[in-house]
Structures are given as C-alpha cells and as structure tokens.
Design a protein around this ligand. Structure first.
Ligand code: HEC
Length: 165
C-alpha cells in the first residue's frame, strides 16, 4: 500500500514537472491604451473607470496584470483560457470597434452581470479581494450604464440600437 502511494506521488510530481514545458501564454499585457478603448469612445466617470479597471480589465481588456503564479503551469493555461473567453464576450479595449447595437446591448449585459453578482467571477474575487464590488459600486455601474444608454438613445436612431422588429 505504502509503495502505491509513493508511486502515485512520484508520477504526479513528474507530470507537474513535464507540464511546465507547455508554453505559457501570458502576453495579454499591452500597455498602450487603444483609440477604441471604452474610455476613449464614451464618457466613463473616473470612479466607474476605477471599478472596471480593478474588477474587469484583467479578463475583459488587452491589459491583464499577471500574478506570479501565472508563471506556473497548469495555472497559466487556466488563466489564459479565462482571458480568451472573457475577451470574446467583451473587450473594453475594443469597445469602439463594436457596432452601436452591440455596444448598446453589451452595456445592458454589463449591468446585468454586475447586478446579479455573476461578474467578476468568484474564482477571481476569491484571490483578488479588492475586485469584489460593494453595493455602492454596483449602483455606480448601474447608473452609468443607464445614463450612457439614454444618451445613445437620444443621439442615434432607434434602428441603429435595436434590431428591427
Ligand atoms: C476572471 C476573469 C473575469 C473577470 C475578472 C470578469 N469577467 Fe466577465 N466574463 C469572464 C468570462 C470567462 C466570461 C464568458 C463566460 C461566462 O459568461 O461565464 C465573461 C462574460 C462576461 C459578460 C457576458 C456575459 C453574457 O453571457 O452576457 C459580461 C457582460 C461580463 N463578463 C462583464 C464583466 C464585468 C462588467 C466585469 C467586472 C465587474 C467582469 N466581467 C469581470 C471572465 C471575467
């Protein structure tokens, strides 16, 4: 019995060492703020920007701040996967590339995700305690989304924001 445990542990250790050779993909850390960043295409109050940067930008922008353990596999793979998936859904660095309809819808989704507490992901706030949102911060995001969507409605024809019936 003891022998088996030892055998399993050694095998796990070897696997852990081998998986370190799998290439790390920690390169979503551009420092240039794009022209299409949401802060350049819409009015984002300082306090809201702070929330987005602290609680969302690691997964929803081109600017991930990688923790030291991102150097370790398989953590690197796992984080990279989250960033890819997050950016597919919503990339604040490319917000200005979305058409108006998509921007308008994404804003509503942002509000829903934040209100329901689904975003930021639990697996993230578990470690990044400062990314957890207070009730006041949730309201701040909700107000911002509502004002911004209203101003889009005032500035663009309805057809450009909503799918035609
Ligand atoms: C740890 C990474 C991570 C963080 C931090 C994070 N997200 Fe996400 N987000 C994801 C991933 C992965 C998805 C796609 C899969 C899913 O929906 O769970 C996603 C999906 C979304 C979606 C689309 C959901 C839908 O189906 O409509 C929105 C909107 C969103 N996130 C907003 C936010 C906002 C706003 C914040 C900050 C308050 C945030 N996220 C923080 C990883 C993250």
């Amino acid at each position: 019995m003891k022998k088996i445990v030892k055998y399993i542990l050694v095998t796990l250790l070897i696997l852990f060492v081998l998986v370190q050779f799998y290439p790390r993909n920690n390169n979503n850390n551009s420092t240039a703020i794009t022209q299409t960043d949401i802060s350049n295409v819409h009015h984002v109050p300082e306090q809201v920007m702070q929330v987005l940067k602290t609680s969302c930008y690691d997964c929803h922008s081109n600017h991930t701040t990688y923790p030291w353990y991102a150097q370790v596999q398989p953590v690197s793979m796992w984080l990279g996967h989250h960033v890819d998936e997050g950016k597919d859904e919503l990339n604040f660095s490319e917000f200005g590339q979305y058409n108006l309809r998509r921007q308008y819808r994404k804003l509503e989704e942002i509000n829903e995700q934040v209100k329901s507490g689904e975003m930021p992901l639990d697996s993230y706030t578990w470690i990044h305690r400062d990314a957890r949102l207070s009730e006041a911060q949730r309201l701040l995001v909700a107000d911002w989304v509502s004002v911004l969507r209203d101003s889009m409605q005032a500035n663009y024809p309805p057809d450009s924001l909503r799918r035609k019936k």
